[in-house]
Every structure is written in structure tokens, then in C-alpha cells.
Design a protein. Structure first.
Length: 349
């Protein structure tokens, strides 16, 4: 069902992403690793799960999906990966020798084993073609250098393993896609696929198809698209409120916006963590609601905050772009990336 709020897992469930599925699979078959990027609620998790399952169905790969939300270090990553391997892929062939033992619950870490060495051994010991999806990879940025060392070792040592990453924040994803000359992945960066919102026609078709699945007559697609753009997560949420929960049109649309605002406020607060100059980010976002050039946005920031150094302002704006809160368009024009983000009062964050 298109208006099911859970991530999609099969080709038949995933609407409008056939080209992206085919591209992702072709890259993985070519032994390239893959980064699925894009703004929040754009369908990164669904695409990752569908690609993993298609690699399993079409080509006999083993598949592992790991959600790294809340996973901040390599020890937690290792535990999450082991849990998924033991629960979802009990028949995955591995040749573990040093840091692991085979226990009643499956593969277990030896007491005292070092995390980095164990991760390298685990991934390099996989003896059959496997695709491993690491979702929300930005969460592990605190251990990015060691993480990159693990990945560099595995890429060089075990071509049977294909890794797929996704995340909205730039953090580790940027270090993966554009590795420096000193990076363990230098010369072998993953391919980046940035998901875009649906265009107007695809958005309209998505709403129509979802309504037809539930035998609901609907002819107000243009009003929904005007408010929610082509962000599939928001279109799905509206469809669920209207066609599944039977809310009125106005209630469904307003509830979508309010729920979306809660999600995006939480994401923006997460982005602001550990930033000493939070005011410049919130003021940029509020300014972008009325102006859109570097010069005008900076003027709006300085009206509220006083004089701001050009470099500090540019770094803050670039960070908002890199983290998919703001888009930089042709001609030096900046726009808030998501329609729900435009609804937020950043002075209250």
C-alpha cells in the first residue's frame, strides 16, 4: 500500500524510483559501493531496503540492513551488525578465526577483542556475495576516522562485500564520497545517488495511485502538491491521514504539516547540537523565507544579530546546504529545501 508509513521493501511497493533501483543495482554489481543521499523523508531507507532485497532475489546475494540511528561509535556498530547477521542471515558463510566464537545465539565477540580489528575480521571473513546497508550513517561521525580505516581495509580485501550507505547529514557521507588524499578510501570513493523530490506529474500520479488502491475518490492533488511539494514522505503521510484514517481534507493536510514540523524541528535541533553559534543558523533559516541571495540573507542576519564576519556566515550557510536543509540553485540563489521547513518558526528553536 503506497500510503503505508513503513519503509517499502519490494519493487512493487516503491513508487517512481525504477531508474534509481536499476542504477543502484548496476553499481553494486560492478563492485562499486553506493551512497544514497537526499533530504529527509525523501525515501532513502525505502530505496536501500528494496535494492538489498532485489540483490538477494535476482542475483542470490545475502543481504543485511542495519539502522545506525543512535549508533555513535564503532562498538555499537559492531553489536548492531552482529545482531542483524545472527537474526536475518543465519546462513551467511564466514570464516572467523581470531576475535569471534560461534555460540548458541550465533556469532559472538570474544571477551577483550578490539573493536576495529573485529569489524575488519567480520567483514573480511564473509565468503559469499553480500550487500550490507548502513542507514543513517551520519550518526557514527564521532568515530569517522576509524570507520574509514575499516572501510578502506574491507574494500581492498574482500570484493564479495558491497556496502550501501545512506544519511541526510553530510558528515561521514562527505568523507566517503569525496575522500582526501590521506583517506583510506582515496581513489575508490563510493558512487553517490542523490534522491530528488518527485516532479509535479509524478507527485500527482502517486496520490492518484494511492487513493485508487483504497477505492477513494480524490481530485485535489494540486492543492496537496502546492503545500507539500514532491517530498514522498509528506505525500504518504497526507494519504494515510486522508484515505486510511478518514480525516477530512483540511484536517489531513494540517495534521501532515504539524506532524512534519515536529519531525523537522527534532532534526534541526539535532543538527544544532555542539554548535556554539546556533543563532546564526536559525536566523539564516528565518531570513530565507523572505530573501534568497547571499547578500540579502546576510543583511537579514545582521539586522537581527549585528555584524557577522563574512567567513562565519558563509560557513554556516554552506553547512545548511551540505546538510540538506537549504538548496543552492543557479545564479547564487538559496532556498529552503523542504516545504515543511518553511513552516517552522526558528526563533522558537
Amino acid at each position: 500500500m503506497l500510503f503505508d508509513l513503513h519503509p517499502k521493501e519490494t519493487v512493487g511497493e516503491l513508487f517512481g524510483r525504477d531508474k534509481e533501483i536499476d542504477f543502484s543495482i548496476s553499481q553494486l554489481l560492478s563492485k562499486n559501493w553506493l551512497i544514497i543521499g537526499g533530504q529527509r523523508e525523501i525515501g532513502k531507507t525505502s530505496l536501500m531496503k528494496v535494492v538489498i532485497n532485489e540483490m538477494k532475489r535476482r542475483y542470490g546475494f545475502k543481504g543485511v540492513y542495519v539502522n545506525l540511528r543512535g549508533v555513535r561509535n564503532l562498538n555499537s556498530l559492531l553489536k548492531a551488525l552482529l545482531a542483524e547477521i545472527n537474526s536475518d542471515v543465519p546462513s551467511l558463510k564466514v570464516s572467523l578465526k581470531v576475535n569471534f566464537v560461534l555460540g548458541s545465539a550465533g556469532i559472538e565477540l570474544r571477551r577483550g577483542a578490539k573493536v576495529v580489528n573485529s569489524l575488519i575480521e567480520l567483514l573480511n571473513s564473509i565468503e559469499e556475495d553480500a550487500v550490507i546497508g548502513l542507514d543513517e550513517v551520519q550518526e557514527i561521525s564521532q568515530a569517522s576516522r576509524q570507520f574509514l580505516e575499516v572501510l578502506g581495509n574491507v574494500f581492498a580485501s574482500n570484493p564479495r562485500v558491497r556496502l550501501v550507505f545512506s544519511g541526510s547529514y553530510i558528515g561521514v557521507a562527505r568523507a566517503l564520497s569525496n575522500p582526501s588524499s590521506s583517506s583510506p578510501l582515496h581513489g575508490r570513493p563510493p558512487v553517490t545517488l542523490n534522491l530528488r523530490p518527485f516532479d509535479e506529474g509524478t507527485s500527482r500520479d502517486f496520490l492518484r495511485r494511492g487513493m485508487e488502491e483504497l477505492d477513494v475518490h480524490f481530485d485535489r492533488e494540486d492543492e496537496v502538491i502546492k503545500k507539500l511539494d514532491g517530498v514522498v514522505g509528506w505525500l504518504t503521510l497526507f494519504g494515510n491521514f486522508y484515505a486510511v484514517r478518514k480525516m477530512s481534507f483540511d484536517s489531513a493536510l494540517s495534521s501532515t504539516i504539524e506532524e512534519g514540523k515536529k519531525i523537522m524541528v527534532s532534526e534541526f535541533k539535532h543538527f544544532l547540537q555542539n554548535k556554539s553559534n546556533k543563532g546564526i543558523y536559525t536566523t539564516i533559516m528565518n531570513s530565507l523565507k523572505v530573501v534568497n541571495t547571499w547578500k540579502d540573507v546576510k543583511r537579514g542576519v545582521e539586522i537581527k544579530l549585528g555584524q557577522v564576519d563574512d567567513k562565519e556566515f558563509s560557513l554556516a550557510l554552506e553547512s545548511l546546504v551540505n546538510n540538506n536543509f537549504v538548496e543552492k540553485r543557479r545564479g547564487g540563489v538559496y532556498e529552503i529545501a523542504d516545504p515543511i521547513l518553511r513552516e517552522i518558526d526558528y526563533d522558537k528553536i
